[in-house]
Write a new protein. Structure first.
Length: 259
């Protein structure tokens, strides 16, 4: 019910502006929006093409739903299998990998376990955990990890809570409760001054976080898809990929281009 209400609210809010002659609607993840990257790179696109970009941020699952409804021109999301289902169903015209970073486990203290399986066992046996619980790319990754190592989240007790919120809100709740959670590194670093959390476990190879760009099938809407084509080509262009690589938080490169 909450997800349906959110979709209806977004549709109502943006319906009047969806036919603007020089406007591009990008639906993206809360984690990507919270990272600050889009605020960093989109002005370059707007200046080059004279097109105003409207960004809507939500979980990847909800973003893909808006795409299915034709309420987006471009999707920037991070749940590969769901993205492929979207493409196979004909909702997307084209898709490319654009960049990646990694997921991390954060919490009140460092966990000295050597693998993600050991970390999950440690949390399950001795700590408490906040799940995004919102069908986002991060939530899908978390569920995949539990399932990969033979855990069924439906059997978990009251140590496992669902925030039902975006990444920023989930991190705030995790910090206040001194629990653990899975987050993308970029959102954590963008909020680090306001969090009482440390990186409890990291392994970039094991917890890679791949982002993709999807151009929504223009047959689903009546907007000028020239701007979507321009943006799609622009974000995979080498100079834009180089621009993405220059974005930093706390002296760290946050995203790594795929080209």
């Amino acid at each position: 019910m909450k997800k349906t209400s959110l979709i209806l609210l977004i549709l109502f809010t943006f319906s009047l502006s969806s036919c603007s002659k020089k406007e591009l609607i990008i639906v993206t993840t809360t984690s990507l929006e919270n990272s600050g990257l889009l605020a960093y790179i989109i002005p370059y696109y707007e200046e080059e093409f004279g097109v105003k970009v409207k960004v809507i941020a939500m979980g990847t699952g909800a973003a893909l739903e808006l795409g299915e409804l034709g309420q987006a021109d471009i999707l920037l999301v991070h749940a590969y299998e769901s993205e492929m289902e979207f493409m196979d169903a004909g909702f997307g015209e084209k898709r490319s990998n654009i960049m990646y970073n990694d997921f991390i486990i954060v919490g009140p203290e460092l966990l000295n376990d050597s693998t993600i399986e050991e970390v999950l066992n440690e949390i399950k046996d001795n700590h408490a955990f906040y799940s995004r619980g919102d069908n986002s790319g991060t939530h899908k990754k978390e569920l995949y990890l539990w399932d990969l190592y033979g855990f069924d989240v439906s059997t978990f007790g009251d140590w496992y809570l669902e925030a039902g919120q975006g990444m920023g809100s989930t991190l705030t709740m995790t910090s206040l409760s001194q629990y653990y959670t899975l987050t993308d590194r970029s959102t954590y670093l963008s909020m680090i001054d306001n969090l009482d959390l440390v990186i409890s476990y990291e392994n970039p190879m094991e917890l890679i976080n791949q982002y993709g760009v999807i151009k929504v099938n223009p047959e689903l809407h009546n907007r000028n898809d020239l701007y979507a084509d321009q943006f799609y080509d622009w974000i995979i262009r080498q100079d834009t990929q180089d621009l993405i690589a220059t974005y930093e938080q706390y002296g760290e490169q946050i995203f790594f281009p795929n080209s």
